[in-house]
Design a protein around this ligand. Structure first.
Ligand code: E4P
Length: 215
């Protein structure tokens, strides 16, 4: 399973990248705004040290606008993936861009049929939003399982990015449901490798070793 960082914060990305756990990065307009930095500047900085795919989202919602922005974004770095919203214009843009060899990540997917349309249009990645589905009282993990089944039955090339991951359970569910990738917020990552019993165990070993050495 691959892990992407769902953040535009360079320090968070560097920390996880140094652990060998960062296979790529996803950003969106909200995450860029949170950093308060110029869009191109921050994406270019991330691209200077992350080798895997970096999703940068269009902010236009009409076909022509999306295509213009996507062609520009794709020039920022060789590993840019253009994030396109799941709309009719978005599907048309994904179709055009895939024929031009520009990789796309179809975002804001909340149903299996939306995912299927994005795969068929030629999206390299599809992003079902697990957390926001769970927030509605529905089952985000089921959507991941359904999308994975569709890919396996028909042999589509699209990879599933489990997005909107809010907690450890979401990540574990995404892994078990067969998501190719999980995009994880920087502040959640540390919780994935920590456990109170691990910390307690280390404390006990330290105390025992110190008292042993003091004899
Ligand atoms: C990823 O591509 C999405 O932009 C992100 O996971 C959305 O997460 P949120 O629902 O926590 O905003």
């Amino acid at each position: 399973m691959k892990f992407f960082l769902d953040t535009a914060n360079v320090s968070e990305i560097k920390r996880i990248n140094d652990l060998g756990l960062c296979d790529g990065v996803t950003t969106n307009p909200s995450l860029i705004k949170k950093e308060g930095r110029d869009f191109k500047e921050v994406v270019s900085e991330i691209a200077s040290f992350v080798e895997g795919p970096i999703s940068a989202e269009v902010t236009a919602y009409d076909y022509e606008g999306m295509i213009d922005q996507a062609r520009d974004l794709a020039k920022w770095a060789s590993n840019i993936v253009v994030k396109i919203p799941m709309t009719e214009d978005g599907l048309k843009a994904i179709n055009t861009l895939s024929k031009e060899g520009i990789k796309t990540n179809c975002t804001l997917i909340f149903s299996a049929s939306q995912g299927l349309m994005a795969m068929k249009a030629g999206a390299s990645f599809i992003s079902p939003f697990m957390g926001r589905i769970d927030d509605m009282g529905e089952d985000g993990a089921k959507l991941i399982r359904d999308l994975r089944d569709i890919i396996d039955i028909y042999g589509y090339d699209s990879e599933i990015i489990a997005a909107s991951i809010r907690n450890i359970r979401n990540l574990e569910d995404a892994a078990l449901a067969g998501a190719h990738i999980a995009t994880i917020p920087g502040n959640l990552f540390e919780k994935l490798w920590t456990h109170p019993l691990t910390s307690q165990g280390i404390d006990r070993f330290i105390k025992d070793w110190e008292s042993f050495e003091n004899k």
